[in-house]
Ligand binder design. Sequence first.
Ligand SMILES: Nc1nc2c([nH]c(=O)n2[C@H]2C[C@H](O)[C@@H](COP(=O)(O)OP(=O)(O)OP(=O)(O)O)O2)c(=O)[nH]1
Length: 130
Amino acid sequence: MKPVDVAVGILVKPNGDVLLGQRPAGKPYDGYWEFPGGKVDPGETILEALKREFVEELGLQIHSAEEWCGVEYVYPHAHVRLHFYISRDWSGEPQSLEGQAFAWQGAVGVEPLLPATIPLLEWLEQVRYS
Ligand SMILES: Nc1nc2c([nH]c(=O)n2[C@H]2C[C@H](O)[C@@H](COP(=O)(O)OP(=O)(O)OP(=O)(O)O)O2)c(=O)[nH]1
């Protein structure tokens, strides 16, 4: 299976909270929590995809974001290459434009999380309050 590029954003508030969303019904792993994002369209850069997904899903504007880490994972439905970005430079109030739940979290307490995203939480502790 050819890997699919996915742009994923970790929005950090000044107090260190990060934004998570719950996958809507009808998608693989619906009900699982994830950092918002989605597949990169042909001809789009990863950063462009990231900004588009945040507008489409949450009505949020990302002004700038830093590339943080990459994770590859093979699911039964897809082989994904996740590109995680961190942004502290965004504006707007999140809205549930696709009917999904979302939550700002200090210590991340929502579950279940997508399996490829679980290891990120530990790494995140090292950077979120820096
Ligand atoms: N957004 C996001 N996706 C993740 C994370 N962890 C993880 O394994 N994924 C996987 C799940 C999906 O297979 C893929 C994202 O694709 P998606 O189906 O949500 O993307 P999309 O919104 O563009 O979907 P589509 O309806 O347009 O097909 O990446 C994560 O933390 N955030």
